[in-house]
Write a protein that binds this ligand. Sequence first.
Ligand code: 0YR
Ligand code: MG
Length: 376
Amino acid sequence: MRITALETFILHVPVSGGAIADGSHRVAHWGAPGVAIHTDAGLIGTGYTGTHAHLASDRMITSCIEEAFGPLLIGCDPREVRALWTRLQRHPPLQWVGRAGITHLAHAAIDVALWDLKAQAAGEPLWRLLGGAADQRLEAYDTDGGWLDRSDEQLVAETESRLAQGYRAVKIKVGSRDVRGRLDPARDLQRVASVRAALPADGRLMVDANGAWDLATALEAGRALADLGVAWLEEPIWYDDVPGHARLARELTTPIALGEQLYTLDAFRDFIAAGAVHYVQADAVRLAGVTEWWRVAELAHAHHLPVVPHIGDMMQVHLHLALAHPACTLLEHIPWMRECFVESANVVDGSFAVPQRPGAGTALRADALERFGVGR
Ligand code: 0YR
Ligand code: MG
């Protein structure tokens, strides 16, 4: 099988309720710049990364796919995906301009499309190609009811609706600010207490600051969160701050979760070696695809750390990965892209249904580009 052509696309898909906010971002659409990789076998592999739907940066990603990586792939056998990974990552002029950032996101889209092809060629869903079992329960936790711009009443109503749907775990955002724009952790603690009160005793509540706090705020608020029975504190401070997170991991009883903003295996190695993370939130579309994600999951597993992927792909690929990797027993749920796929990730009674179609779950519905595609 040979690669004959690469065709890029950009989707901008509306988020729930028109807009959402977390401690650091406010977005109205989820962006999915991606690629369809065509082959002489007639199979087409699809991969994409996840962005905040900023067209200019999405175009940098698709241009990197098309102009920089594309020529290196034409004529190659897509099933040799791990070898191709090294070829793209270690291409000297590209390595010079980016071992993280735009080039990494572009590589993520390509690597996912290649694994999609490999699984299609094998006639299997990716989770089976990677050795997962069909009869398992992968629990879902929901993130989509806990945004920072939602009122306490909305948070409680969303929590109750998730409980009615069968969820037993939800995550809400912290990083509130007062009218002058100063951090307001007291406000956050009220929000956490409201949702905690709406959950049953065995319900789990996680909180996510998306990097908004400084170390002092995280230390103080983190101690109070322990009394509220919070299962993990996610991205409390700046994404790349290894010593800061290590200090929090040492001094707080609430476990630390992070990883959605880390681009490389090397970055995860540093956090893990420093004892700075308890829940490893590797994201295959910020790491360079399935290939690098799997290495991070193995690294975490060797340290007996659970992997709870962040789902920048809105679950499709991560559902396969989490079903296949023994470090994963829980997966995040944000349903923004559910109308885009032929076989969308689906939660039934608090657990993900096991996908059946061959491939990585990335095949787009016929009308996805018409409905959500944006101008190149
Ligand atoms: C908006 N999940 C997250 C959204 C969410 C982010 O930035 O992407 O809040 O993906 O942190 O854990
Ligand atoms: Mg997060």
